[in-house]
Write a protein that binds this ligand. Sequence first.
Ligand code: NAD
Length: 260
Amino acid sequence: MIKQPTTSTARRFVDQVCLITGAVGGIGTAIAGRLAAEGAVVQVADRDADACARVVEDLVLAGGRAEVRAFDLTDPDACAAAVRDVVDEHGRLDVLVNNAGVNRRGALLDLAADDWAATFAVNVDALVHLCRAVLPTMINAGQGAIVNTASQWGLSPAPGHVAYNTSKAAVVAFTQNLARDYAPAGVRVNAVCPGEVWTPMLEANLARSGRTKADLDALVPYGRVGLPEEIAALVAFLASDEAPYLCGAAVEITGAQAVA
Ligand code: NAD
């Protein structure tokens, strides 16, 4: 029988300050919801302030605590300033979830002039800027968790997505490097590598391709594509004190789907 995820009543992040990028998107909203439900003070980071405010409103209505952190991840100064503001206001930053991502499709000869740089600016460089900004605070605290959203395609590339796949492979390598360098300081860095997840982005792509959700579900041995809440549950586990020995892992979450 194909199961749907159950709701957790865990409270692993009470009073912890957690910054989530791409928190307005399909997976990011679920991560924000999960951490807020577990007691975190969620920093809803995304490009558009109004969209961030709507997510914050929903989280607060559900009984959580959340604040707007609107900035453009491609601006290194804005990344540093956002982290500085959070630390100034709260005196701590416990968890960073680098979840935002963009997907410019195409094989190498099909890419537009700026596709490579635009992909790396969000999917890789922003992680560098944010991690450089948060690490001193986490090192001072002697603890902290960073979770990066990579992709299954960063481990096994799907055809026709060279910029995206290579950027996500870089996320995995960056995660492993950071984990090795900062585990001695008590900072844990891990990555999640989802297969296809049922988000508005996937729904829009599907509509363009003329396929149905049932077509996609049939490609997954478990019988359906992933749900944002399932990725959020894994992110929360990796970021929590339940996973103290998980450092430098790139955890696949795919329903056993192989890349076609
Ligand atoms: P999404 O498009 O719904 O969300 C991405 C969010 O990132 C958006 O809210 C967008 O505004 C934000 N963002 C993009 N560029 C930004 C910038 N310059 N500054 C600030 N914010 C910016 O995508 P999603 O499906 O929720 O994906 C979330 C993450 O999961 C991404 O890293 C994606 O690569 C990864 N992923 C998704 C799937 C999937 O099937 N949906 C599968 C594997 C991995």
